[in-house]
Design a binder for this molecule. Structure first.
Ligand code: C2E
Ligand code: MG
Length: 394
């Protein structure tokens, strides 16, 4: 394979030239094709390190093209362009996993240069801001009790949804709800800016209430099968009334608690272990599913996990995004999966950004996954749209 060579297949030209310019600035040798046959011929001849393929080109069947590349034992890193809203995308994404192709990512239009640069480089990026495409403003924003209260009053908090996928059959099993703050001046703000503050000021329960009210109704509106995962602050679990709030909300929205997954980090169980154990047992009795979030990110405790009524474990994205380059991460993921299996609890991996991660996880026995490879967190309308496209393939 020839390092730093890129072949681009694109019929419209604009995206191809942007990609080519960026790649050339990184030292790549680049050739652009608007004909799939010529592209394949050049691929066979040149064995390039990278390919960028527009899967929406007229006359090109995305899945067939990937199949052909796989038959020729393609080792190139592949960037898929076009994509969002494309009916064929789910099939292409899953075929890539099945054919064991190294898809670095899907370039949605319009894209930031640093996203493309990450896909072209061999480095694995865990830069959250670079990936979300939001919150790149460098202006500072003061977040305190007053601003959060005002934002709640003005309905500036919105729930975004990220799908969770069965890695074996490609079906959507549910969505995780993730809060965003639509600031009128500063744009979309990520939870790291306001959740820690809301936990300190005591506003976290009001934010959780927004998640419950919007999330339960929305998931219910999507039918009878999908689950809803929500993040629970350690503070909320200590709150006696919390379980009742959840039960009442389930009744009001006609959503069985069995379809609600409560995601808790381990700190939720360490502050006051006895109280936490009691609260978790009560939530399980009511039927809620419980998941340990970010498992493996620092000092996850196996013994604690086995003593608490968790039904699922979510492998931290820092392990998943580095599995490809770090044998240590791979080993931790493998042993975590074995542990979960022995405790008879389900596993879901976070942070799946490309096919190599999905393939590796599936091989190690991880059944479910979520990450930018499938979809970024989306607002309600985009979620409905995305789900329709995804389901059309199955
Ligand atoms: P989390 O529960 O671990 O959520 C997953 C985070 O990973 C999300 O960041 C999501 O956008 C991001 N992510 C998803 N796929 C990928 C990927 O493929 N690669 C990478 N690098 N990142 C990916 P987000 O939305 O910024 O949320 C950050 C954290 O804020 C969440 O981490 C959660 O702990 C907290 N949070 C979000 N919403 C709520 C909420 O409603 N309540 C509470 N208490 N916490 C929340
Ligand atoms: Mg979570």
């Amino acid at each position: 394979m020839r390092a730093n060579t890129l072949l681009i297949l694109d019929d419209e030209g604009d995206d191809a030239h942007i990609i080519a310019t960026e790649a050339q600035s990184l030292g790549f040798e680049v050739r652009i094709f608007d004909d799939a046959k010529q592209f394949l011929a050049a691929f066979l001849e040149e064995e390039p390190s990278h390919l960028a393929i527009d899967i929406l080109m007229p006359g090109v069947h995305g899945v067939e093209l990937l199949h052909t590349l796989a038959q020729h034992q393609c080792q190139s890193a592949i960037i898929l362009t076009s994509g969002i809203g494309t009916a064929a995308l789910p099939a292409v994404q899953l075929a890539a996993i099945q054919y064991q192709l190294n898809i670095r990512g899907i370039l949605h239009h319009p894209f930031h240069q640093h996203i493309l640069r990450n896909m072209l480089s061999d480095q694995v990026s865990v830069d959250l801001h670079a990936h979300t495409g939001h919150d790149i403003s460098t202006q500072s924003l003061i977040v305190d009790a007053e601003t959060i209260e005002e934002a709640i009053r003005q309905h500036e908090f919105a729930l975004y949804y990220q799908p969770q996928i069965d890695l074996v059959n490609g079906k959507v099993i549910g969505f995780e709800g993730l809060l965003r703050w639509h600031h009128p001046v500063m744009g979309v703000k990520l939870p790291e800016l306001f959740i820690p503050v809301a936990e300190k000021t005591g506003h976290i329960d009001l934010l959780t209430q927004i998640v419950i009210e919007t999330g339960f109704h929305f998931i219910r509106s999507l039918g009878n099968a999908l689950s809803f995962s929500m993040n629970i602050s350690p503070k909320s679990i200590q709150n006696q009334a919390f379980a009742n709030t959840l039960v009442n909300a389930c009744q009001a929205s006609n959503l069985p608690p069995e379809r609600v997954m409560l995601e808790l980090t381990e700190t939720a169980t360490t502050e006051d272990p006895d109280k936490a154990q009691h609260a978790l047992a009560k939530l399980r009795e009511e039927g809620f599913k419980l998941s340990i979030d970010d498992f493996g990110n620092n000092n996850s405790s196996v013994s604690r996990l086995s003593n608490l009524p968790f039904t699922s474990l979510k492998i931290d994205k820092s392990l998943v995004t580095t599995m490809e380059i770090s044998s240590k991460s791979r080993k931790v993921v493998a042993s975590t999966l074995k542990l979960a299996e022995s405790l008879n609890i389900e596993t879901i991996a976070a942070g799946i950004e490309n096919t190599m991660a999905a393939i590796g996880l599936r091989e190690l026995g991880c059944r479910y996954g979520q990450g930018y490879y499938f979809a970024r967190p989306m607002d309600q309308a985009a979620t409905v749209h995305w789900l329709q496209h995804w389901n059309r393939q199955f």
